[in-house]
Design a protein around this ligand. Sequence first.
Ligand code: SF4
Length: 689
Amino acid sequence: MATETHCPYCSLQCGMRLTGRRTPEVSAWEEFPVNRGALCRKGWAAAGLYGGRERLTSPLVRDRGTGEWSAVSWDDALDRFVAGIRAAQAAKGPDGVAVFGGGGLTNEKAYALGKLARVALGTSQIDYNGRWCMSSAASAGIRAFGVDRGLPFPLADVEEADVLVLVGSNLAETMPPAARHLDRLRERGGRVVVIDPRRTPTAERADLHLQPVPGTDLPLALGVLHLLVAAGAVDEAYLAERVTGWEPVRESVAAWWPERVERVTGVEATEVRALTDMLGASPRVMVLTARGAEQHSTGSDTVLGWINVALALGMVGRRGAGYGCLTGQGNGQGGREHGQKADQLPGYRRIDDPAARAHVAGVWGVDPDSLPGPGRSAYELLDALGTPDGPSALLVLGSNIVVSAPRATHVTSRLEALDLLVVCDVVMSETAALADVVLPVTQWAEETGTMTNLEGRVVLRQRAITPPSGVRSDLEVIAAIADRLGSTASFPTDPEEVFVELGRASAGGPADYSAITYDRIRAEQGVFWGGERLFAESFAHPDGRARMLAVEHRGAAEQPCADYPVHLTTGRVLAQYQSGAQTRRVRSLPDEGPFVELHPQLAGRLGVATGEPVRVATRRGEMTAPARVVATIRPDTVFVPFHWVGANRLTNDALDPASRMPEFKVCAARLTPVEEVAQRPSRDPVTHA
Ligand code: SF4
């Protein structure tokens, strides 16, 4: 009999059916409304997660002297872990231990991990890799609308827009089943605008493609709003009735005339005017941002700039229009709602809110005063590891930090400085390889749990196959640690029981799951928290009005210079997912390895052809990969995919002041043909700090 479940990868959480108890077979689940049976090649190949010989089935400990791994019993591994926790906390207090989660963990795991940190470990030092994915949009959404739900409407509403503006999204390549909405929109006569430094497969489908300099999506938004004001296209009645803060925003865009926008962004003034004319004349405009706009040290302000455009047009809350963020990670939405963020308690409650602390402490059966306060954000937490003031022990669940962290060489050195690193994983990932203890856990179809997709739809991944003997679920690992630490709070291991408790802890919070049950999810094919469509009547601020906030263009933290003359940007390819820890091991998916995409003009100056090795260097590190010469990228920009070790050795750890998002999407780089490198290595000024 087939089990109805969801893809192990991205935030679309496509429905699929699985058959087979040991090795699953994937088939279409046509009735599931998000993807109607369609899957991308990663989804069709998902069963390949179970074909490899690399699966870990026994706890492992590493001898630091010899580097040798030994298989040990679960009791021995957990005892060693707990002894390390006690030693770290005896030396440094409760914050001597840190926890790092992931945006791919189920809601139940994210919730249990936050509870483990705050109740059993008593540490404030917990954050997760979703901080690096959607946090700028989340921060902007909370400030503008009073709540963060990536899409405040079903994704299918895209088809009803007259103009869809995609800012920094390569939808057609990152979540292909969603691209059908773009086709249907255009069949209806609607138009698609793509803003991206690369002419991606998504841009190929667009009616208008603007190719700004990386890091300049905000001045483009400011220029668009300037022209909308000049054209009298602003919906003043909507702003008067539903929005606060319009006048300062109007003044802030006064100086962003199109020619200035062209100088800053590289987008011709005529194109800025063409976009604005299109927006001003359309009854339903939808703006969606994604990582291209958000993964910057100015990401929150950039999102606010585009929200201001949508609000000024009176679009937010109107069906087939408005603003949304296209979340990336599988449980990027739910993962940021239930307590694995440094500043947060379940239900998207703030950890510094006394009423929130009292409510959650009541559910957990502990004194509110015993809960720690806010901790460090993801990058800041990793940067502090092993320092005199930072944690000396770390537990990692669902994250491959060595590949996915910015300034990865430095972060790796921080991991190596720990007294104890414990990693729960299914394979020996690059991060697990650095650990002292590796705990083998169940994955995807071997376990049940909920995910919240990019629309805020809570879906149920159901256990379909039997896990190998020797592995435990993350919930069992969390419960075992809490038990060994003598925690008096309960840590259930049954996912449905955890979900019921999560519902109680989230009740009354901004993301309230208390009315959602596993039975409802099964019966309704997913349940939206907060309702299917938000903002039709009011926003989530106490006065019901949205906030417009004036934002200024600051530019990328690092600009090209004589030593590092080009922009480097990073991103994804179709066949791989995030750090590649899963997809690089699926044999039926092509593992092409990293490459350096560059324009023929730049390639000509360097004397590099497609396939020839080229070295990319930034102030933080370097990598060498084959060149891929394409005319679809800006001549001043190079692109490197981040699924393999290398790209994030280059990226900048400059943080957005509001979201603490690192600047993955732009930094200054230098390219050198490898033959030239060999001739003058001693003059290489690149640092590896
Ligand atoms: Fe769907 Fe994303 Fe899975 Fe592809 S990776 S099948 S788009 S959920």
